[in-house]
Design a protein around this ligand. Structure first.
Ligand code: ATP
Length: 304
């Protein structure tokens, strides 16, 4: 009988491995369009992260040969710092995240993590060092506990609970009759956008990566939920290196450094206050956004 079970066991393992791959892929949907096969270099070693620094060194990249998107981009993210990338729509912000995760390779230039060229290490080791919190998180039709434990193979209950606590999910879980065993997703409990994002945060905490890539939500979270999520992200980012891809400015004003990307190159960088004083592209974007927010508030008031 055991002989009958062994292949089934194997099948279970293969299934879990494939599912793991699938969520990582699904999670990346927000970031990628049609990834090109990148190959591990022959005999590539694993990435070893002692100090999680991230650097772009003169990176040139485009999706199509006749259209360059990043035109010699260089910047450095010191270990443990919280950095944001902003810029007009289409400037190449999400492209940066796709390159860090190595869905594509640059045409020229290098991307370095802790001094190692990401082309020269295995993709598995690279991706295990990076946690992604995408704007639209994908959940399985499975229990909430399973969805969190997914961050890392072999995660135990204590870890899952701690992650749920850190992602401010415990309030929700304690209200559910079956707690962590509650089925969520299409066929179970429907979670709100903010709750799904918290599950993604908890999953990332279980993974415990030294580097975080946050693809900021552009989607429909109300202001209060957004503030709460931001506060959570802020807390979980501390002690890690984090790169936020910000499509709006209001959420990143307290970043250690803001890089302003324009037409595939670095236009400006500095803190929010420094960039406002500079009175350049960032100040202009900020003023425009403030006007838009005022106009929206006025319209909402008029509608009442
Ligand atoms: P937004 O703030 O609007 O999300 P972004 O700064 O993140 O914009 P990217 O998504 O990085 O911009 O896109 C940069 C440019 O690359 C855009 O002009 C986009 O049309 C183009 N682009 C993105 N993905 C692909 C792709 N798979 N194939 C071809 N062009 C692409």
């Amino acid at each position: 009988l055991m002989q009958l079970f062994r292949p089934l066991d194997m099948l279970g393992m293969v299934y879990r491995t494939i599912r793991q791959g699938l969520t990582d892929m699904a999670e990346m949907f927000a970031l990628m369009d049609s990834p090109v096969e990148v190959q591990d270099a022959p005999g590539a070693p694993a990435l070893v992260v002692r100090r999680p620094t991230l650097a772009f060194d003169n990176v040139v990249f485009g999706y199509e040969p006749d259209r360059t998107i990043l035109k010699g981009l260089s910047f450095e993210v010191p270990a443990g710092s919280q950095v944001a990338i902003v810029g007009p729509s289409g400037a190449g912000k999400s492209t940066i995240a796709r390159l860090v995760f190595r869905f594509y390779d640059p045409w020229s230039g290098r991307i370095l993590i802790d001094g190692q060229d990401i082309r020269e290490v295995t993709q598995v080791s690279l991706r295990s060092a990076i946690g992604i919190v995408p704007q639209d998180s994908v959940l399985f039709n499975d229990t909430i506990g399973y969805n969190i434990a997914y961050g890392r193979d072999g995660a135990g209950l204590a870890e899952v609970e701690q992650a749920a606590r850190d992602a401010a999910l415990m309030g929700l879980i304690e209200r559910l009759p079956q707690g962590f065993d509650t089925e969520v997703g299409e066929r179970g409990l429907k979670l709100s956008g903010g709750e799904k994002q918290r599950v993604a945060i908890a999953r990332t905490l279980v993974k415990n990566p030294p580097i975080l890539l946050l693809d900021e939500a552009t989607s429909a979270l109300d202001t209060r939920t957004e503030q709460e999520i931001l506060a959570t992200l802020h807390r979980v980012s501390s002690g890690r290196t984090s790169l936020s891809i910000a499509h709006r400015l209001s959420t990143i004003a307290d970043a250690d450094t803001i890089f302003v990307l324009n037409e595939g190159a670095l236009a400006e960088s500095g803190t929010h206050a420094e960039l406002l004083r500079r009175d350049g592209l960032y100040a202009e974007m900020w003023a425009r956004q403030a006007t838009e927010i005022d106009a929206a508030a006025a319209a909402a008031e008029a509608a009442e």
